[in-house]
Design a protein around this ligand. Structure first.
Ligand code: ADP
Length: 205
């Protein structure tokens, strides 16, 4: 199963991607994690990405597409994967379609976490405070970078919902439910044919 998880910063996308990957037995591929690993390892990609990420801006498409192309060609991704944080632009989405098409593959589902964006800044700043207290602070969890990340999401990533809606594979899930309910709604969305439905736990039988 090849799945893309879409959602703004602070929507719980990372948490859900990890859970879903475990349940489905496929790897969770987070471009944010991959880029942070490159920054820590001091690779040339990391050197290019570091300052951009700290500002909350998007790393150039060609760089991220190359990382993902390499990662999904590995054996553990042969039978599927959950992409978390990619694609983030229409250019990236089109590149992913091309890569998959060349291998005779396609995406099965694109799951969008639907959340009230006005609530996100507060939520994510709280998370940043907790992370700082635990010594796991991210360099881009400052208020300034967060504002840029949210703005980039709205401008560059949100249009992907329409892109995938046109392909007939977009499914929207109410991301403001409790974590377990979001998880069950995502599973329900994956296993249900059809689109245009907003999945919430209360709608399950
Ligand atoms: P969040 O969803 O909380 O913003 P991520 O860990 O997904 O966090 O991403 C962190 C940063 O990594 C982004 O702000 C961006 O700079 C960079 N990044 C991650 N994925 C991509 C991508 N697909 N395209 C461009 N930049 C990316």
């Amino acid at each position: 199963m090849r799945i893309v998880l879409l959602g703004p910063p602070g929507s719980g996308k990372g948490t859900q991607a990890i859970r879903l990957a475990k349940q489905l037995g496929i790897p969770q591929l987070s471009t944010g994690d991959m880029l942070r690993a490159a920054v820590s390892a001091g690779t040339s990609i990391g050197a290019k990405a570091k300052a951009i990420m700290e500002r909350g801006e998007l790393v150039p498409d060609e760089l991220v597409v190359a990382i993902v192309a390499e990662r999904i060609s590995r054996p553990d991704a042969k039978y599927g994967f959950i992409l978390d944080g990619f694609p983030r632009t229409i250019v990236q989405a089109a590149a992913l379609d091309d890569i998959l098409r060349a291998a005779g593959l396609r995406l099965d589902s694109v799951l969008e976490l639907d959340v009230d964006e006005a609530a996100l800044l507060g939520r994510i700043l709280n998370r940043a405070k907790d992370a700082t207290a635990n010594g796991h602070a991210r360099a881009d969890d400052t208020e300034a970078a967060l504002r840029v990340r949210l703005e980039e999401y709205g401008r560059q990533t949100k249009p992907l919902a329409d892109y995938y809606r046109e392909q007939g594979i977009l499914k929207s899930v109410d991301g403001l439910q409790p974590i377990d309910k979001v998880a069950s709604s995502l599973l329900e969305a994956i296993h249900t044919q059809g689109e245009g439905v907003r999945y919430a736990a209360s709608s399950s039988p």
